[in-house]
Design a protein around this ligand. Structure first.
Ligand SMILES: [Zn+2]
Ligand SMILES: [Zn+2]
Length: 363
């Protein structure tokens, strides 16, 4: 990962490094509606070789710093839900709503931007095996002792794009990286999503969505938002959205960072120093003078995309009979706007790089 050795026309997409940390950045524990306690989530993910788990319970920021050790870093976060402007309040089970994942960027971030006191009471009652009835004033008063900056906006009203943009800004000011979760599951249109600004990342894969009737992949949204230009440097995530054992170990990111500590991992996430995967891995990728050199785990194909769509490859991209690990792709023309790679292992597994901006390769 030595950028100073890059040539003028060279773009490093994935560095060669051994400092890799496997991470799940979207999980729900018994703090909200997950099956497992935070301790059990740590145990299960460590068994799959993960070093980082972000605890993102619904509407509730809880730090689990006591779970940190030399081989494991817990990140604090939460998932917030807002109705989208497409929400029809008369549908029996609506889920046209914007879900934002918030990751705290500093250990001293303990207050969530918005508190949904009624939801807090629901989860508290569920934990005690009590019916999730309307909250009493006493219960709401206890809920409001949770550290927070403001009340969750009224969920019974619509949230237009301008409001969602304001919420993203509020979360950033409060010290969070903000990702847009599972847009297909949320029934967002491409233009709904493109109206949001200031996102750090987008889920290109969500395991929980895959287990429902909705597509688990959101690749089309990634290109739409990158082309839209309102979210510069937008990254892509694969996540489990863990609630039960069916979710664990299906979507992750590999982070490259100097070491496994909070500041290093957050800096790497902010900078996009990771790739998303549901199986294969990128080991190295660089673009120089129209030639893309890529190393992967055994894969059947590597696709190159830019803001105009798939980039034509003159040679090197023919599907081989046997999986390959080294790829030299001679591009037909320089990519426009950005370049990103998607590798497929031929067994349903994919890996996605973050998009790397290509300001003007031929200059
Ligand atoms: Zn969600
Ligand atoms: Zn979730």
């Amino acid at each position: 990962m030595n950028r100073k050795h890059l040539g003028r026309n060279e773009r490093l997409i994935i560095p060669s490094t051994t400092h890799l940390y496997k991470a799940c950045l979207h999980t729900h524990s018994t703090v909200s509606d997950g099956e497992y306690s935070p301790e059990e989530i740590k145990r299960q993910y460590q068994a799959f070789g993960y070093s980082v788990v972000a605890f993102t319970d619904h509407e509730m920021l809880r730090r689990h710093d006591e779970l940190a050790d030399d081989s494991f870093l817990p990140l604090a976060g939460l998932e917030n839900a807002f109705w989208s402007h497409r929400y029809d309040r008369h549908e029996p089970e609506p889920h046209d709503r914007v879900h934002l994942n918030l990751l705290a960027t500093r250990p001293d971030v303990v207050a969530q931007p918005w508190l949904d006191a009624r939801q807090y009471v629901r989860y508290a009652r569920r934990k005690k095996g009590l019916p999730e009835l309307d909250a009493t004033p006493e219960e709401l008063a206890i809920a409001r002792q949770e550290p927070h900056i403001g009340e969750h906006p009224d969920k019974s009203r619509y949230f237009d794009a301008e409001t969602v943009r304001a919420l993203v800004r509020e979360a950033e000011v409060a010290g969070f990286l903000v990702a847009l979760n599972h847009p297909h599951w949320s029934h967002l249109s491409l233009s709904d999503a493109d109206a949001i600004e200031g996102l750090w990342a987008l889920e290109v894969y969500n395991r929980d969505s895959e287990l429902t009737a909705e597509p688990g992949e959101n690749d089309d949204f990634y290109d739409a938002l990158l082309r839209g230009g309102k979210n510069p440097g937008l990254c892509c995530l694969a996540t489990d959205d863990t609630h039960t054992s069916d979710h664990i170990g299906h979507g992750w990111v590999n982070i490259w960072a100097d070491r496994l500590d909070h500041d290093s991992i957050i800096a790497a996430l902010r900078a996009g120093h990771f790739h998303a995967s549901t199986g294969p891995e990128f080991h190295e990728a660089r673009l120089a003078d129209g030639i893309l050199s890529v190393k992967t785990s055994p894969c059947a194909s590597v696709r190159v995309l830019d803001e105009k769509g798939r980039v034509e490859v003159q040679e090197g991209n023919a599907a081989p009979d046997t999986p390959r690990t080294e790829w030299t792709l001679v591009l037909d023309h320089n990519p426009s706007g950005y370049v990103r790679l998607v590798a497929e292992d031929g067994h349903g597994g994919k890996a996605w790089t973050n998009a790397v901006a290509i300001p003007c390769l031929s200059a």
